[in-house]
Design a binder for this molecule. Structure first.
Ligand code: FE2
Length: 369
């Protein structure tokens, strides 16, 4: 057997009513900081469940509902200040990727007392205290509930910085697909495309292993049939997508993401495009590129998705984006050149099985947009 390392210290509890049914399993301290956004945690009923569960344990809490999409360090430090002032000793992050990632960064900053100037310049170290994290995902894309990553917008580089450390793995992830029932179709589509991108990128990572590939292929095999149903206006199994995004998260927890995410971040930062949609639009061009450079691996990727060629993925993405009336973006020639050469992209490509030239990166952008 090949040598490999596999780490996944998060306890996952997936069931209807998980938050209320298992309060004792995730009541990790004396006072909780609930980190969330303004809307989805309340609308889905998740916030009510978290509060009821904490009250059943006589655990006090405070709420930071100031997290917006693509959170930056300002939001992290606002949350950490609440945690410090209120004496919170664990974090319950409720929402999509933004509140979960912000919650992880808050847990680090509040626990270890990281100076703001040092925030983007270092990673959580073994001696840093990080408050225990509970994650309640309300979308089906990020997989952040089972990863050691906090992706935070960094205005200095006009993109996102990935803060990565094993201490950022949530202790407990609570999955209840009932929270996804009222998720708008556009969010369902965008986040499922994000999860599919995680799975595909993970397979091509230089750090992929048999174990991580098993998870990635499983995620693809669940996500693609659901996305096909979505294009036909049929019933979409949200519990299946919730499960698959977690499984894809388990894969990238081992490998990280690569080119598609690095290319997608500027589209989100500069064009306001939702993260998952940016990845989804770039995926077919990426898969075409990888077909030429890693044909055998690509055959397995296509088989897991039930597809004959990257053209089928292109048709699926087009049917989703255009069928649901979702917006794309256009880039000027100057933007194309700038986006194809960002330091972040080059750094991430080193983890990648094939290195596209800047011209090939521009082709992938053009193909997707
Ligand atoms: Fe992602």
């Amino acid at each position: 057997m090949d040598r490999f390392r596999f780490s996944l210290p998060t306890t996952v509890i997936a069931e209807r009513g998980a938050v209320r049914n298992h309060a004792a399993d995730w009541n990790l301290g004396r006072k909780a900081l609930i980190v969330t956004g303004v809307q989805s945690a309340k609308a889905s009923g998740a916030l009510d469940d978290v509060i009821a569960a904490l009250e059943s344990q006589q655990t006090p809490y405070v709420i930071d509902d100031g997290i917006r999409a693509n959170p930056d360090d300002a939001q992290v430090y606002d949350g950490a200040e609440i945690a410090r002032r209120e004496g919170c000793d664990f974090v319950v992050a409720v929402g999509g990727g933004s509140p979960m990632d912000a919650g992880k960064a808050i847990a680090w900053v509040a626990g270890a007392g990281i100076e703001r100037e040092a925030f983007f310049g270092r990673l959580p170290g073994p001696s840093d205290r990080v408050l225990p994290i509970v994650a309640v995902p309300l979308t089906c894309g990020t997989g952040s509930e089972v990863t050691p990553y906090a992706i935070i917008t960094n205005h200095k580089i006009q993109s996102k910085t990935n803060i990565s450390a094993s201490a950022l793995f949530p202790r407990v992830a609570l999955l209840d697909a009932a929270y996804l029932e009222n998720l708008p179709q556009a969010v369902l589509c965008d986040t499922a495309l994000d999860a599919l991108s995680h799975a595909i990128e993970s397979v091509y990572s230089l750090r992929s292993t048999k174990a991580s590939c098993m998870l990635a292929f499983e995620a693809m095999s669940v996500i693609v049939p659901e996305l096909l149903r979505m294009t036909h206006g049929m019933f979409v199994n949200r519990a299946a997508l919730h499960y698959a995004s977690m499984v894809a998260g388990m894969a990238i927890a081992q490998t990280g993401t690569a080119l598609v995410h690095a290319m997608g971040y500027p589209l989100t930062y500069h064009k306001g495009m939702p993260h998952g949609r940016a990845n989804g639009l770039l995926l077919p061009g990426y898969l075409t590129f990888m077909t030429e450079h890693c044909p055998e691996l690509t055959k397995r990727v296509l088989a897991a998705m039930g597809m004959e060629s990257p053209d089928a993925l292109q048709a699926l993405v087009d049917a989703l984006i255009d069928g649901l009336g979702l917006s794309r973006a256009s880039l000027t020639e100057d933007e194309l050149r700038a986006f194809s050469l960002t330091p972040l992209r080059l750094e991430m490509m080193r983890r990648y099985r094939a290195m596209p030239t800047p011209a090939e990166v521009i082709d992938i952008y053009r193909n997707g947009l």
